[in-house]
Design a protein around this ligand. Sequence first.
Ligand SMILES: Nc1ncnc2c1ncn2[C@@H]1O[C@H](COP(=O)(O)OP(=O)(O)O)[C@@H](O)[C@H]1O
Ligand SMILES: [Mg+2]
Length: 263
Amino acid sequence: MSRDDQQTLAGTRPAPTGAPDTAVIKVRDVEKLFGQLKVLDGVSLDVMAGQMVAIIGRSGSGKSTLLRCMNGLEDIQGGDITICGHNVGRGKSNRADLRRDVGMVFQSYNLFPHLTVERNITLALTLVKKKSKAEARQRAEQVLAQVGLAEKIDAYPEQLSGGQQQRVAIARSLALSPQVMLFDEVTSALDPELTVEVLRVMEDLARGGMTMVLVTHEMAFAQRVADQVVFMHKGKVWESGPTKELFAAPKTAEFAQFIGTGL
Ligand SMILES: Nc1ncnc2c1ncn2[C@@H]1O[C@H](COP(=O)(O)OP(=O)(O)O)[C@@H](O)[C@H]1O
Ligand SMILES: [Mg+2]
């Protein structure tokens, strides 16, 4: 079964491809400085194949920086990051390979306003992957169906709601068949009812076996869907572990306060 087929399956999670217990992302003792400011201070975490890991924490705790480091968008000053077999963060990694294997979606969807939904999705397929127009359109149809927007293939971004645009942005990322998807507060700019439809797409992806890391403020969603939760505070992994265990028994006052249980 191809990854593409696998991603469209709903229901229980299939066994991830590759050996079980394979860490697809390994972050070891990472230090990241902006000038004198240490933004990541000895961060370590593993993301296993097929897992959804939610990163939560206050604004400024280093969540976005951590995701950007994972995706090779930032240099790191200490430690080591491996993602889908690529060593990133120190000098030049093979950017093209990395872009193919790791998809990233941000709060701002950044669709090209003058291009149709189809063209927004197929641009990279035809230009970078050298797919034919027909092949690319077929792939666009597949990934749009996956995010529930098959009928919008010929629409322009301005004709779509914010939630629909964000789903197109997710589809655009999926079109390249990434092994891992990183999401940085993709629902933060959306109204609650539009948030729901985007979360549903992410939940479908998780159930289809996609390996995902998401930074989110949607605590109920993280609690229900994430396999692991990482609580960041002051540039450190303050607490982390299997979601149920973590929420059932916070170990630090900071995490307890963050989730509003007091300690
Ligand atoms: N490009 C940058 N230059 C300087 N400081 C930055 C930069 N990006 C982020 N920071 C700082 O790093 C810290 C962590 O930021 P960020 O990773 O965006 O946190 P979060 O996503 O948890 O809100 C903050 O103090 C922020 O001001
Ligand atoms: Mg952020």
